[in-house]
Design a protein around this ligand. Structure first.
Ligand code: PGA
Length: 260
């Protein structure tokens, strides 16, 4: 069984370094020293160094929410992969729908960012997902195929094995609407089939595919129990330590039980 990865995407929150450090402390203290699921926190860039300090001596990884594909130069406002590594990051989120749809990020850009992350030995969390209109228009699979092929273009099987994917139906993000476990599992199985056809079955079996979109303590257990769902990318519920810890606990229970 793939090790589950529960990641908290804090987005543009919280409002201060102090609040960010307190949230990280609460997660760290609630989790304790050992965990059989992987846990990552992805705060805003400006808090990364402080959160890295807060997470010292804990198994929790640290993630950026984005990066630029260049390592240096005239790119105002951007942050590079080596800079993320320098402040303690182990992971980086790439191609979140709020960047794809809110800021026009393309599959080509996602692909360039992914390659920059891999070159810096960051674990990329590459987000894909269809909008409500695409799902209603029965275009979800076509969109996902385009995002998968475009975002992962040019990767070797070995490189692909180190990528984390996050399937986040855009209509479920921050809306309180969650894909049912059946809907999510069907898409995850579809993604796994594409990975298998593209990179081979052995590689596809190693790739962690998270689900994201209104994951909460009360729906996490069912989602995480699905055979092809290997974790969660959590937005809103990651801002409350108790909720995030409850989602991690659901992952630990699924891990202890094993999946069918
Ligand atoms: P949400 O966000 O859990 O608030 O829906 C998930 C995400 O955007 O990664």
């Amino acid at each position: 069984m793939r090790t589950l990865l529960i990641a908290g995407n804090w987005k543009l929150n919280p409002a201060s370094t102090e609040a960010a450090a307190a949230l990280a402390d609460d997660v760290k203290n609630g989790l304790g020293p050992a965990t059989d699921v992987h846990v990552v926190l992805a705060p805003p860039f400006v808090f990364l160094s402080r959160i890295d300090q807060a997470l010292e001596n804990s198994p929790i990884g640290l993630g950026g929410q984005d990066l630029h594909w260049e390592t240096s130069g005239a790119y105002t406002g951007e942050v590079s992969a080596p800079m993320l590594v320098d402040v303690g990051c182990t992971h980086v989120i790439i191609g979140h729908s709020e960047r794809r749809h809110g800021m026009g990020e393309t599959n080509e850009q996602v692909n360039a960012k992914l390659k920059a992350a891999l070159a810096a030995k960051l674990i990329p969390i590459v987000c894909i997902g269809e909008t409500k209109d695409e799902r209603l228009g029965e275009k979800a699979e076509a969109v996902l195929l385009e995002q998968l092929a475009g975002s992962l273009a040019g990767l070797t099987a070995e490189e692909a094995a180190g990528v984390v994917l996050a399937y986040e139906p855009v209509w479920a993000i921050g809306t309180g609407l969650t894909a049912t476990p059946e809907q999510a599992q069907a898409v995850h199985a579809f993604i796994r089939r594409w990975l298998s056809e593209t990179f081979g079955e052995a590689t596809a079996a190693r790739i962690v595919v998270q689900y994201g979109g209104s994951v909460k303590p009360d729906n996490a257990a069912e989602l995480l129990a699905c055979p092809d769902i290997d974790g969660a990318l959590v937005g809103g519920a990651a801002l409350k330590a108790a909720d995030f810890l409850a989602i991690i606990k659901a992952g630990q229970e699924v891990t202890a039980r094993g999946k069918s």
